[in-house]
Write a protein that binds this ligand. Structure first.
Ligand SMILES: [Fe+2]
Length: 416
């Protein structure tokens, strides 16, 4: 499937339809899980109340596509009074219910909800109307910007809803990407020293945090050909990794102690067996598969144990550009989420700017639950370092010549 960045209007129309079908199917699946739509969903930092999240997805598309008087200007839209000039919503109370920029996370459990049928109706009307508008915009690339943004946003939230289902122990959908590792990939990859330049094509859709591009002079290094496996991670656990403070950063050890963490989330030993929980079910874990649901602190501790390092964002990008295979789990890097030189916020200002320098760290790649339209090596995901609910693992690097591997970010030994 073509990327949301490059595809034609006809493919965007198909994508809108697929978004709606996927949302309604996901809504149906959540409705089968007890208490999914009530205030009984626990107040967790890492989840939204599911029904709120479905409503928010409709609201976002309505906001930027159906109601936006500056839609035709695309990413060049600059209007400080945009909210005041928005067309009315299909729902009179939509902004008060579903605007993530103004409704604090903790308040989303208190809002009057529309009920499942109201949300289904809101989703259906919004996405059908978006398709009608797309047909009017089809010949103007600039006007396709907000359609691409809305489709990307929807796929991101559908992945977040999978994370929520995993966190809450609800039924999960089967991932689109097989998790089987290719054993031919086992030898580490050698990456030459280089002046890395990786930036998006200005003529295509891109996210604002990608602009300016990644520029770094990096030394030669070797990188794992595949993410660290469940078996390799459990070797660290079995070696007392969670009891050895010297392997952890200060923040990591404080987190581990606070959480009483003793191994990767949703994974446990039973005798000689490794078990993993997928949705509501515990199943036999495959030691050769990538470890998943580890936070940055755990990834860093494993690297210290193994005498390795996490890749910087630049190292990861250099390896991906050299043909490294990726896409089964998000991969933590040692790079903080900061803007590239020349950053300018796009109209959806809350996407990147509030999170720069706010203890968020870059993850690269994609996971099995990431929609194919979103997969791009330029994409920069970002999360706080303690998040275990992300479908994230990591791989490790080692400098080919000591001291030469990284100069674009601070050394990862002590995360700030
Ligand atoms: Fe959102």
């Amino acid at each position: 499937m073509l990327s949301v960045r490059h595809c034609k209007a006809q493919q965007l129309e198909t994508a809108y339809a697929q978004c709606l079908v996927s949302l309604l199917a996901c809504l149906e699946r959540f409705s089968l899980s007890l208490n999914a739509f009530s205030s009984h969903v626990p107040h967790l930092e890492q989840v939204n109340p599911p029904l709120w999240e479905f409503g928010h997805v409709a609201w976002f598309t309505e906001h930027w596509v159906l109601r936006n008087p500056g839609r035709a200007l695309g990413r060049g839209l600059k209007d400080p009074n945009l909210r005041a000039s928005m067309r009315p919503s299909l729902l009179p109370e939509a902004d008060a219910l579903f605007d993530s920029a103004t409704i604090p996370h903790g308040d989303r459990w208190q809002l009057e909800q529309l009920g499942r049928s109201g949300i289904e109706h809101y989703l259906s009307r919004t996405f059908k109307e978006a398709i009608a508008i797309l047909q009017l915009d089809a010949t103007r690339e600039t006007a396709l910007y907000f359609h691409r943004l809305s489709i990307a946003h929807t796929w991101m939230h559908l992945e977040a809803l999978e994370m929520t289902a995993q966190t809450l122990g609800f039924e999960r959908t089967e991932s689109a990407e097989p998790m089987t590792l290719d054993v031919r990939d086992q030898a580490p990859l050698a990456i030459d020293a280089q002046a890395l330049r990786a930036s998006p094509d200005r003529d295509c859709f891109f996210f604002d945090n990608e602009f300016g591009g990644l520029e770094a002079d990096i030394g030669a290094f070797e990188i794992d050909a595949q993410p660290v496996s469940l078996g390799a991670f459990w070797a660290f656990v079995d070696d007392g990794g969670y009891e050895r403070e010297s392997l952890w950063t200060d923040h990591g050890w404080a987190w581990k102690t606070r959480q009483a963490a003793a191994g990767p989330l949703h994974s446990r030993r039973q005798g000689d067996l490794l078990l993993c929980r997928v949705g509501a079910q515990w199943a036999l874990g495959d030691a050769a598969q990538p470890v998943c649901h580890v936070c940055l602190h755990e990834a860093q501790a494993w690297c210290n144990w193994a005498g390795r390092q996490l890749p910087t964002e630049a190292q990861w990008m250099a390896a991906a550009s050299a043909g490294m295979r990726w896409g089964r789990v998000w991969e933590w890097t040692s790079s903080p989420f900061v803007p590239f030189s020349g950053f300018t916020a796009h109209p959806y200002e809350a996407y990147s700017e509030p999170w720069f320098g706010a203890d968020h760290w870059v993850l690269k790649g994609a996971c099995a639950q990431t929609h194919p339209m979103l997969r791009d090596r330029l994409f920069r995901n970002f999360y706080r370092p303690h998040r275990q609910d992300v479908f994230a693992g990591f791989r490790s690097v080692q400098a080919a010549v000591a001291g030469c591997a990284t100069n674009s970010t601070k050394p990862p030994e002590r995360l700030r």
